[in-house]
Design a protein around this ligand. Structure first.
Ligand code: NAD
Length: 373
């Protein structure tokens, strides 16, 4: 089996889909791993480190020639994959809802597109889940970037010149990114509170030593849909949430928003009026900016200032931690493929549960249920 890995071409993408560690692991399964020269540069991995691990290095055309599997962080343009084997597998993130044209192009090219974002949320797939591994780093980095932008300190400090108050940090959306944001802000000494629509998160917020802020007055709220994801909430709930949050937000120094609903635009959690209610110098980090944003006025890849409040909107936060993000992403890909690897036959055969979930295209057609209709 020949595995090809290209240098990522999307603007701002610094990650790479294999590391020397996973090159060795794939070779242990009998694979040949070919890596485009310079692919690891932005993640601090040299070509020499790849060749020392046993990878073949070369220009893209050479790397792709006869490949059975292509690995990517963001799926390459299928037009660039003309030299791979017919029907080759491409495992990467595809943004299937946001970039349907690329999915269709993969179908037309006869490739088997495997979308890592569609990994099912089942226990055995946890080690294959790139959304979790990357969100975890994003939650950490959002707090670090907000702390860096904030013109005051996070921890309370008692000095001879007087006391510096602890920063108040509010985390909205307590999934993988939000939990890490809470933990990071706590470690920096902030006073942390958090909210989510899934009531199961209340306990998790408590266990991290933060204060849960929840809508209690609307009956029948569970907020949890299939696979542990959030569902879209009723108008009544949204109104109650907006009122609760309005009072709370005005007292916060830092707000980190992480709320997502799969396949839909991110829910709007903070209005311009709520931004205006915050103290000048406060900072908001909108981790959902690439999905439309949780915060009115946030702009992808910009820090905008509104009413004296800085709103940070990096579209690809994991790429700011390229080395760690690549290491985890690469392990997710290895854990995924190795689970279905037949060393003797030299084939990868996905089972139905995971295969049906992640496979977008095969045999010239779009085959994923979530993309029908
Ligand atoms: P996500 O990225 O889809 O969303 C982030 C958070 O935003 C979620 O907690 C969601 O409930 C919340 N949210 C959505 N709308 C909101 C609103 N209007 N207001 C406030 N919050 C809102 O979520 P995620 O990080 O992927 O995690 C979701 C759950 O799935 C977690 O419990 C996580 O532990 C679980 N999970 C399980 C697996 C697995 O078993 N393999 C893998 C990953 C995550």
């Amino acid at each position: 089996m020949r595995i090809a890995v290209l240098k990522e071409t999307a603007p701002g993408e610094t990650r790479v889909a294999v590391t020397p560690e996973t090159v060795k692991k794939f070779m242990g399964l009998g694979a040949v791993v070919a890596v485009e020269q310079g692919a690891g540069q932005t993640a601090s991995i040299t070509d020499a480190a790849y060749s020392d691990a046993g990878a073949e290095l070369g220009p893209a055309e050479q790397v792709l020639k006869g490949a059975d599997i292509v690995l990517g962080v963001q799926a390459p343009d299928p037009g660039a994959l003309a030299r791979v084997k017919p029907g080759a597998m491409v495992a990467a993130t595809f943004d299937p809802f946001g970039n349907r044209a690329r999915v269709d192009a993969y179908a037309s090219a006869g490739l088997e597109a495997l979308s890592m974002e569609f990994m099912p949320r089942i226990t055995r797939a946890q080690s294959m889940d790139v959304l979790s591994s990357q969100s975890n780093l994003a939650g950490y980095k959002a707090v670090i970037a907000a702390a860096d932008t904030y013109g005051r300190a996070f921890p309370m400090m008692m000095t001879a010149a007087g006391t510096v108050q602890a920063a108040r940090v509010f985390v909205m959306g307590v999934g993988v990114a939000g939990l890490q944001a809470i933990a990071t802000a706590k470690r920096l000494g902030a006073q942390v509170s958090a909210t989510d629509v899934r009531s199961a998160t209340k306990e998790q917020i408590h266990s991290l030593g933060a204060k849960p802020i929840f809508v209690e007055s609307v009956a029948g709220i569970e907020g949890e849909g299939s696979g542990g994801y959030a569902t879209e909430m009723s108008e009544e709930y949204q109104k109650a949430q907006a009122e609760l949050v309005s009072g709370h937000i005005a007292k916060q120094d830092i707000v980190i928003t992480t709320a997502l609903i799969p396949g839909r635009a991110a829910p709007r959690l903070i209005s311009d009026a709520q931004v205006a209610s915050m103290k000048p110098g406060s900072v908001i980090f909108d981790l959902a900016v690439a999905q439309g944003g949780n915060v009115e006025g946030s702009v992808a890849d910009e820090v905008v200032e509104k009413h004296g409040v800085k709103i940070i909107g990096y579209a690809n936060t994991p790429a700011m931690l390229a080395a760690d993000a690549s290491a985890l992403f690469a392990r997710n890909l290895f854990n995924f493929l190795s689970a279905f690897w037949d060393k003797d036959a030299g084939t990868v055969t996905l089972d139905d549960e995971i295969g049906d979930a992640v496979r977008l295209t095969r045999g010239g057609a779009v085959v994923n249920e979530r993309l029908q209709g």
